[in-house]
Design a protein around this ligand. Structure first.
Ligand code: CUA
Length: 341
């Protein structure tokens, strides 16, 4: 009976919370935000955005002011006189010149920012190849020495104050790579390689998200971006280069046995085991990641078990199939995968 008023009430409460969040500009909203630039490139884009915003507000105020003046004076008796006509013509000429100058300045500013964020022929400190899949991110860290290359998924770690070039590719459809705090969007197009340069200036965790509709689970295609001090980055790189931790308990052994002998191994790789599938995310250090299924779930034994039990409940349409893992094996598998840190 009273569902309408209560839903109106909850809508009002929701709007109030949203407004409070937006107004506070607090840390809850700034980790995926183009108005909180944390990199050189996003800084240039933000400055340009502010300049466009400022000019638009100024012109808007002028137009509204002119309209108000015209309304106030619309009945003045000299409105058709030659003197007034001349003044009006001069005013319009000045206005047209002002608009042309403003547009010219904005065009030059856009061009200048575009040149500043374009990739210069510099040697990057880190080179990463990111490939968009329906619906997750493959992340390969390149190195001149092939034995020092490694692959991870759904997480991008960057050293602060160093240039990283990210090569963008797609495995299937067009995706769009976007880390609002660090840069603008760039498409990942099948059969084509795009490059984006990132120079993060502040340590922190940010969120990247696919910015182009790419199918059913487009909204569940996120990744973590961790900007860390250079020493931490090198430590992380060394840890990632290690093969998977070997099982120590009976449950972990059982989980590993299931993993390498059953369906899992045909799609996923765990370095240091016979599992070498490349269709799905690399899982050598999956236990160290913060989220699962490209940001769809927090990482942990419970969410992981739920994901393994029925991925289609959590991410309908994803390429991770329902396997029907027996409960004891499921438990062991979750224990084993969580131990891969
Ligand atoms: Cu990938 Cu949207």
């Amino acid at each position: 009976m009273n569902s309408a008023p209560s839903s109106a009430k909850s809508r009002a409460a929701g709007a109030a919370i949203l407004l409070a969040g937006v107004l506070s500009g607090g840390c809850a909203v700034d980790w995926q935000s183009a108005i909180h630039p944390r990199g050189t490139e996003s800084g240039h884009i933000f400055d340009l955005m502010m300049m466009f915003g400022g000019v638009c507000v100024f012109v808007y105020v002028l137009v509204v002011g002119a309209l108000a003046l015209a309304l106030l004076h619309r009945r003045r008796s000299d409105s058709g006189s030659p003197r007034r006509e001349r003044a009006l013509r001069r005013g319009l000429g000045g206005w047209a010149a002002f608009i042309a100058t403003t547009l010219f300045v904005l065009t030059v500013a856009s061009y200048a920012v575009d040149r500043r964020i374009a990739i210069a022929a510099e040697a990057p400190a880190v080179k990463v190849r990111m490939t968009g899949h329906q619906w997750w991110w493959e992340v390969e860290y390149e190195h001149g020495d092939p034995s020092r290359r490694f692959t991870t998924a759904n997480e991008l770690r960057l050293p602060v104050g160093k240039t990283t070039i990210v090569e963008l590719r797609s495995q299937d459809v067009i995706h769009s790579f976007w880390i609002p705090n660090l840069h603008g969007k760039l498409d990942m197009i099948p059969g084509r390689v795009n490059e984006i340069r990132l120079l993060p200036t502040r340590v922190g965790r940010y969120r990247g998200e696919c910015a182009e509709f790419c199918g059913l689970q487009h909204a569940h295609m996120a990744f973590d971006v961790d900007v860390v001090p250079v020493e931490d980055f090198e430590g992380w790189r060394e840890a990632q280069l290690q093969p998977a931790r070997q099982p120590t308990s009976a449950s972990e052994h059982r989980g590993q046995q299931y993993f390498v002998t059953r369906e899992c191994a045909s799609c996923h790789q765990v370095r240091g085991t016979p599992a070498g599938g490349r269709a799905g995310p690399e899982l050598t250090h999956v236990g160290s990641r913060r989220t699962l299924a490209a940001g769809a779930l927090p990482n942990g034994r419970g969410p992981l078990a739920a994901w393994l039990a029925d991925p289609q409940q959590i991410k309908p349409g994803s390429h991770m199939p329902y396997v029907g893992i027996p409960p004891d094996d499921l438990d062991a598998l979750a224990t084993y995968l969580q131990s891969l840190r």
